[in-house]
Design a binder for this molecule. Sequence first.
Ligand code: FES
Length: 152
Amino acid sequence: MIQTPEAAPPPSAAPQSESVLGPLAQIPPGEGRDFLVAGRSVAVFHLRGGAVYATQSACPHRQGPLADGLLGGTTIVCPFHAWKFDLKTGTPLLGTCGITTYPVRLTETGDLVLTLTNEPQQPAEGGECPGPGFNLFSKDEAGGRPLPATGS
Ligand code: FES
């Protein structure tokens, strides 16, 4: 009897996983915080108007801590050399390389839920990025602050 291979699954979107990061209240309005999510360092920003955004933690220029940057509207300015990024898209507004953004939402009870994707980072034209999975911090620290551990 001849065995035929099983049909390959249909192409689909990049794999995703959701992680609950805890209450939004742990991030004061107008600030960002780093989280370690499934081995990836992610910066989550709580805008003064209540909106939340998430990006890679490390600036693609020289790995500055974006969570410690200056928030203004929906932009973040890196605290090291002032590269500026759009939090909605990751587009560089000042600098040559974009950042990875992640979908983040709030539950009815005010918890942050982050969706990780495995899509590759797309550098801006002419720029070079370290790529996805790049982590600035060890698993135990982020600029002197503990990184909240989350599920995978
Ligand atoms: S490290 Fe962010 S602008 Fe240089």
